[in-house]
Design a protein around this ligand. Structure first.
Ligand code: ADP
Ligand code: MG
Length: 246
C-alpha cells in the first residue's frame, strides 16, 4: 500500500506580532486531495496560519514542509514553492483596470513566463470551468461579488498550484451569492485538489471536508472528521464554540 503524500506538514509553528503570540506550537498535516476546513472565532489565528503557509508572513520558528520540502523565507527558491500554493482571499483583490481574462493570465505570463497565446487559451478554459466564459472581456466592476470571487479562484488556478488556500472566501458576499462560490469549490474538491479552507460555512464543512480543524487562541484544539467534530466534539471549547455558531 502506498501512503498518501504529505502536501503540507507544519510542526511546532510559532508566530508573534510584537508581544502578541498568535500561533502557538501549531502542528498540522494535510495529505494529497484532502479538504481541510479551519474553523474558530475571529482572532484565533486562522488567517495568520494560512498566510504563513503561503509565505505572506514569516514564521518565528517551527517547520513548514510543502510536498516534503522544508520551506523557509530565507531560501532563495521560495518563489518556486509559492507558485505551488494558491490563495483566495475574502476580498477578491482583482486588478480593476484589467479585464477578467487579463486578470487570469497576468501571473502565468509575468511570473511563469508563459506565452500569451497559451496563457489565454488556458485562461479561457479556466473561466469556462468557473462558469464565466462569457465575462472574459468585461471589467471586474461589472461583476457581482460571487462572480468576482470565481474569477479570483480561476486566477489562482492559472498558476497550476498543487494546494489551494481559501481565507473566508464567501464572508464578504451577499447571502444569495455564497452558493455559486461554494459550488465552484466543491467541484475543485471533487477533482482532487488539496484544499485548506477557513470558513464559517458549517454546511460546506460538513459536506465537503475530510477533516475539520478547530482553532482557539492560536492553538489547534481539535481535529476530526466533520461528523465527529460537529456531532460529538471531544473538547469542551469546541462544544462551546459550536453552540455559539450553529
Ligand atoms: P483570524 O483569521 O482567526 O480571525 P488572525 O490570524 O487574522 O485571526 O489574527 C490573529 C491575531 O493576530 C489577532 O489578534 C490579530 O489582531 C493579530 N494580527 C494579525 N495580523 C497582524 C499583523 N500584521 N500585525 C499585528 N497583529 C496582527
Ligand atoms: Mg481571518
Amino acid at each position: 500500500m502506498t501512503e498518501a503524500k504529505e502536501m503540507i506538514k507544519v510542526e511546532k509553528l510559532n508566530k508573534s506580532f510584537g508581544d502578541l503570540h498568535v500561533l502557538k506550537d501549531v502542528d498540522l498535516t494535510v495529505f494529497e486531495s484532502d479538504v481541510v476546513c479551519l474553523i474558530g472565532a475571529s482572532g484565533s489565528g486562522k488567517s495568520t496560519l494560512l498566510r504563513c503557509l503561503n509565505f505572506l508572513e514569516k514564521k518565528d520558528n517551527g517547520t513548514i514542509m510543502i510536498e516534503n520540502e522544508e520551506v523557509d523565507l530565507s531560501r532563495n527558491d521560495v518563489n518556486k514553492i509559492r507558485e505551488r500554493v494558491g490563495m483566495v482571499f475574502q476580498h477578491f483583490n482583482l486588478f480593476p483596470h484589467k479585464t477578467v481574462l487579463e486578470n487570469v493570465i497576468e501571473a502565468p505570463i509575468h511570473v511563469k513566463k508563459m506565452g500569451k497565446r497559451e496563457a489565454t487559451e488556458e485562461g479561457k478554459a479556466l473561466l469556462e470551468k468557473v462558469g464565466l466564459a462569457d465575462k472574459a472581456n468585461v471589467y471586474p466592476s461589472k461583476l457581482s461579488g460571487g462572480q468576482k470571487q470565481r474569477v479570483a479562484i480561476a486566477r489562482a488556478l492559472a498558476m497550476k498550484p498543487d494546494i489551494m488556500l481559501f481565507d473566508e472566501p464567501t464572508s464578504a458576499l451577499d447571502p444569495e451569492l455564497v452558493g455559486e462560490v461554494l459550488t465552484t469549490m466543491k467541484e475543485l474538491a471533487k477533482e482532487g485538489m488539496t484544499m485548506v479552507v477557513v470558513t464559517h460555512e458549517m454546511g460546506f464543512a460538513r459536506e465537503v471536508a475530510d477533516w475539520v480543524v478547530y482553532m482557539n487562541d492560536g492553538k489547534i484544539i481539535e481535529v476530526g472528521h466533520p461528523d465527529e467534530l460537529f456531532d460529538q466534539p471531544k473538547e469542551a471549547r469546541t462544544k462551546e464554540f459550536l453552540q455559539t455558531t450553529m
